[in-house]
Design a protein around this ligand. Sequence first.
Ligand code: SF4
Length: 336
Amino acid sequence: MSTLVDTFARPLHDLRISVTDRCNFRCTYCMPKEVFGKQYQFLPQEQLLSFDEIEQLTRAFVALGVRKVRLTGGEPLMRKDLESLIARLAAVPGVQDIALTTNGSFPLERVHSLKAAGLKRMTVSLDALDDETFKRMNDVDFPVERVLEWIAESARAGFAPVKVNMVVKRGVNEHAILPMARYFRQHGHILRLIEYMDVGHSNGWRMDDVLTARQMVDIIQAELPLEPLEANYRGEVAERYRYADGSGEIGIIASVSQPFCGDCSRARISADGRLFTCLFAVGGADLRGLLRRGADNAALQAAIAAVWQKRTDRYSELRSANTAALPKVEMSYIGG
Ligand code: SF4
């Protein structure tokens, strides 16, 4: 493990790479249609990091201690030929794990081409089991059945258990928590309930719309008794629980009610090559400029280390009415 740590002695361990700011969904908590409408200017191709640049950056981060890479977006599968990028990153010595977060709305054969390219783990976002509620969360007409087929195909391809991320917004989809828990417990996947967060500055977040981890656990406990589980590793995002009858596990990501900044070891790269040290950051360091001015691996490492060593982020611990209004970077730009 690298000795590179931030001001709270948190090591740099996980790298999340956003490969595009585009998405084919308009989830109200991430890319509300009112803001990300037809007129919205997404990043032009030439401003996106090329696959060469993403690989070069990944090599620099690995040299500094990164072992896990997660590909995000927007919707990462909107980026053309993603499989070739995955194959290149899988070949970088030191990369032990490559994961993908997707909305699962693509042709099923992609599941197999992603696997063949070297993808290790599949995380799928799904906020309800019924089309009406799903549409209220993602604001597009896309059948839940197709996403469930993607999850089933992912299991057949060897990605089981698939992690299924469900953002819960009070008054919109909390009634879907138990049906989702029953379904994914039955199918052997890990449902992860996510507290609605004040990411970015466009989703109109209010604390009143947050259902806390405690409340989510109570909803499930009422029918399916749960027992807490130890974290798999330091810095794991989700609070883990097992069903008391041994039929699987569930996770809760409680950034609002139970902040986990103390062990946060995640760095994020935006699709246009900015380094962000927190999901709720306001600004990021420009690494693309360095790359395009010919910086070598040592210079990249020095730039990344300089940013990480000064890192003081712990937004969720400091969250307040004042912080919620900050012009925070959009989640669709740096990935969840
Ligand atoms: S709020 Fe920022 S520092 Fe805290 S866990 Fe999230 S990304 Fe890490």
